[in-house]
Design a binder for this molecule. Structure first.
Ligand SMILES: C[S@@+](CC[C@H](N)C(=O)[O-])C[C@H]1O[C@@H](n2cnc3c(N)ncnc32)[C@H](O)[C@@H]1O
Length: 257
């Protein structure tokens, strides 16, 4: 069985309903974004044998890409609140016989993540990125020095109003609220260091990477494409004393096939 479910009082039924009707057509409707998912996964520094969280994994379209990076001895843990999307992810996992990919069906705010992970991916999950509670819960399960990568749509410059009209139509089915859509990584950047942001598609998309405060690791050299986005004035660096105590680097809790 690939799912575990954490029953949570006070669920967000409206948010779940939005995805319950999309689960069957989601792969077809968003397949065109697969090269972009690939680009985001490439931007996330990962070694073989590591464990990575796929936050808001949906039907699991990033899971295979992540699994390719961590290899059969690493692990991928999807977190997904919609039962229908999580079920579709589990079908994919079973079909592909990925023994080291699991799904926790729960809101990211409350997910019980039982591994200390080495990295986290936030692909096209604007609502999760706007939830400080979800970010806190996920980042608390990352070991010090772990990398995060986030990417998705965003508003282009206001002058490009025609493009922004298209962006709103394109993303409306997948975004609960457009609040924060000018700088979707605004909460995440407060919690990590070594932040790099690249905008692409005339500002209609972005990739952000950063690292949980912890032991120094070299910043990887990534292919530079698009515009580097500066941090806002007055940005606070994360306080390393505020993070949870160090945990040992995780090992995959499942056997290699
Ligand atoms: C646009 S889809 C992206 C799915 C996948 N990451 C991809 O690249 O295709 C957003 C997903 O995030 C999930 N989601 C939204 N809010 C969530 C939350 N608070 N906790 C867990 N999952 C959430 C939705 O149910 C949906 O499956």
């Amino acid at each position: 069985m690939n799912t575990s479910h954490t029953p949570v009082p006070g669920h967000r039924p409206a948010r779940q309903r939005a995805y319950s009707g999309q689960a069957r057509s989601y792969d077809r409707d968003t397949g065109v974004f697969q090269p972009y998912r690939r680009q985001l996964v490439e931007a996330l520094p990962l070694d073989r044998g590591q464990v990575v969280l796929d936050v808001g994994c949906g039907t699991g379209l990033c899971c295979g890409l992540l699994r390719d990076k961590v290899g059969p001895r690493g692990g991928v843990v999807g977190i997904e609140e919609s039962p229908q999307m999580a079920a579709a992810a589990c079908e994919r996992i079973a079909r592909e016989a990925w023994r080291n990919v699991t799904v926790v069906q729960s809101p990211a705010e409350d997910a019980r993540i039982t591994v200390a992970a080495d990295a986290a991916l936030f692909c096209a999950v604007h609502d999760i990125l706007q939830s400080p509670g979800a970010l806190r819960n996920v980042l608390a399960r990352l070991r010090p020095g772990a990398w995060v990568a986030a990417g998705g749509g965003k508003w282009a410059a206001p002058a490009l109003w025609g493009m922004n009209l298209l962006i709103s139509m394109l993303h409306a089915p997948y975004v609960g609220s457009f609040s924060g859509f000018s700088r979707p990584w605004r909460h995440l950047e407060q919690l990590v260091e070594d932040v790099q942001v690249r905008e692409m598609g005339f500002g209609s998309g972005y990739i952000m990477t950063g690292r949980v405060p912890g032991p120094a690791r070299p910043v990887p050299v990534t292919r530079t494409q698009g515009r580097q986005v500066p941090r806002p004035a007055g940005h606070r660096r994360p306080d390393p004393r505020a993070r949870p105590p160090a945990r040992p680097a995780s090992r995959a809790p499942w056997p290699a096939p």
